[in-house]
Design a binder for this molecule. Sequence first.
Ligand code: F3S
Length: 285
Amino acid sequence: MRIELAKTAGFCFGVKRAVEKVYEQVRGRQDSKIYTYGPIIHNEEVIRDLQKQGVEVIHSEEDLEKIGQGVVVIRSHGVSRRIYDLLEKKNIACIDATCPFVKKIHRIVADESEKGSHIVIIGNSIHPEVEGIRGWAKDRVSVIQSAEEANRFRIEDEGRKVCIVAQTTFNYNKFKELVEIIDKKGYDIIVLNTICNATKERQEEARRIAGRVEAMVVIGDRRSSNTQKLFEICKNECLNTYYIQTLDDLDVNQLRSVETVGITAGASTPNIIIEEVQNYVRINF
Ligand code: F3S
């Protein structure tokens, strides 16, 4: 059997960096308690492993209010300015693992907002990354994710600049479509395409591989939206596409009669799981 493993499978740069920062804290810990602000990645295996090592997940500002001391690691999605202020007020150490690409959006939003621009974030308003970005703008900010919302968008002071940024994982074509709708309104707009290529590259490679193999295995946590998307893309190209969380979910019968298998994995799938699957398929088929 020939196996084709996607080069872009697994952690992107930002997630890898964030996970490493938590493990660094675990290794170097003195007595202080370690927290992550939200799960460091959408992967049950990793979260469980960190929990075993005493890392606790805090889920909200209220949780943060309750803790007395320790170290809080901020995940790659980033957080609003208010959270940094709260950490400082409470004198809690902060390890900032916000992805530098997200950090860049925070800076743009803070600067443009300071200059008086109305900020538009093209993205999903309940996604933590978008909540974080929103928290760097002053009062004039809108989150838009559909054509209807873009059509409805209005600003009161028409002389005001409109600064448009995107959630890093937003679909580029959709972003373009929404920007075009807003552009027609005649406002003075500046558009910053802040979409990160890691997702696009992973999806394109997966599509290419799925198009030429007989079976495709997509590895990732059930709740990971980028893994679900990868699965859909692969399934479109290759009917024999299987979604697994770990090696235990792999149904060996499904791969019995094929000669080529492609493997890819979502942005929050640890390398060790990818290797396990790859080795298992190599040895057993
Ligand atoms: Fe950063 Fe892009 Fe990953 S924004 S967290 S490298 S998907």
